[in-house]
Design a protein around this ligand. Structure first.
Ligand code: ATP
Ligand code: LTN
Length: 334
């Protein structure tokens, strides 16, 4: 690998992604991939923390692999791989578990939210989720982690664990920095702009999925909740309009100010239509390319296989160092 800093990120293959995932994560992956040695993982083991149907999970793993490539991640240049293909992830997670305290995990916002949402399945994995995420990141001596705002707390814990380990056993891990974009790190629901847009929302009008076609996208924006005032300005008092302005500016590659100017005096109906069109023009080609890639499972398997080979070499280097530092005896190959 070239002498660049390491970037690592991952997304869970837990369903069809939304434009929230796209703006908060995927779009930045593409933007940053050339400037770093980039590693993009599918956090397939993380998905097990909520109940999964095996056939659907298998399908979602291919979907996300194809989506990564369709969004412009280059498997020749960057490493694209499935977390479960490199067992060092779960191995390092075990070691990190021994320096992490239950109190640190039980106060995580995502754990509390998901416990509330899945009351019938509050399992150990759900609580331990951030430790596996820390392992993902630290195995690659990562310096930059592009994520949406909701994952910042997990990155803080990752840094704490890395510092704690380094202090106890001497310098071992690089301390990673989050990359959270100024706009788009928290895209809100179209039906309740005070809540985060989420692919698991029961109301399908609340999110735009990366699988929605142009008509669906335009229809959903038409129904987006706004307010009774008629000004198209960015303001904390206008969460619905502000969310739409954010989405528009990122899909049309304009600043919020430029967008405000463009729609000065326009009605909400017109504005919503323009937002829908801007989003659809970006999403449509990605969706078509993803569906094309999905026809060729052999190619996707090959991408994941090559990615796992490359990731494994890097990961085991760090894991061996960790095992040595904590006093485990290296296995003699005979
Ligand atoms: P779910 O809502 O089903 O719990 P999710 O949509 O949050 O899942 P993840 O796989 O947990 O999906 O997130 C993938 C990436 O997308 C993360 O970096 C996360 O921060 C980002 N992300 C998720 N939702 C949003 C959003 N509404 N706005 C911006 N970024 C988001
Ligand atoms: N928890 C993340 C997915 C994830 C991740 C990671 C992100 C798993 N491991 C490592 C960045 C770095 C989420 O998006 N919900």
């Amino acid at each position: 690998m070239e002498d660049k800093k390491v970037l690592f990120s991952a997304i869970q293959p837990s369903g069809i992604l939304t434009i929230g995932n796209y703006l908060g994560a995927l779009k930045n992956f593409k933007k940053l991939q050339n400037d770093y040695n980039s590693i993009f993982s599918l956090a397939d083991l993380h998905t097990l923390t909520v109940s999964q149907d095996p056939a659907t999970l298998r399908k979602n793993i291919y979907e996300l692999t194809a989506l990564y490539i369709a969004c412009g991640l280059d498997p020749e240049q960057s490493i694209i791989f499935a977390q479960s293909h490199v067992s060092a992830h779960t191995e390092l997670a075990w070691v990190l578990n021994t320096i992490c305290y239950p109190g640190e995990l039980s106060r995580m916002t995502q754990f509390k939210d998901k416990s509330r949402k899945h009351e019938d399945n509050i399992n150990m994995g759900l609580m331990d989720y951030p430790v596996l995420m820390a392992s993902d990141i630290l195995l690659y001596q990562t310096e930059l982690v592009p994520i949406g705002a909701d994952q910042k707390q997990h990155l803080e814990l990752t840094r704490d664990l890395a510092i704690r380990f380094n202090n106890k056993y001497s310098e071992t891990f690089k301390i990673p920095e989050p990359y959270v974009a100024k706009t788009g790190a928290r895209v809100m629901s179209l039906q309740d702009p005070t809540r985060k847009m989420s692919k698991s929302d029961e109301n399908i009008n609340a999110f735009i999925s990366m699988d929605d076609d142009t008509d669906t996208i335009i229809r959903k924006f038409k129904r987006a909740v706004t307010d009774s005032d008629n000004r198209i300005i960015f303001s904390s008092e206008k969460p619905g309009i502000s969310n739409l302005l954010t989405i528009y500016s990122l899909f049309a590659n304009k600043t919020i100010e430029e967008a405000e100017k463009e729609f000065e005096g326009a009605g909400y109906g017109d504005f919503k239509l323009k937002v829908g069109e801007a989003v659809a023009s970006v999403i449509e080609p990605i969706r078509l390319e993803k569906n094309k890639l999905l026809q060729n499972k052999d190619y996707l398997d090959e991408v994941l296989a090559n990615g796992a080979n490359k990731a494994e070499r890097l990961a085991y280097k760090t894991l061996a160092k960790v095992y040595r530092k904590i006093g485990l005896v290296p296995r003699k190959r005979i």
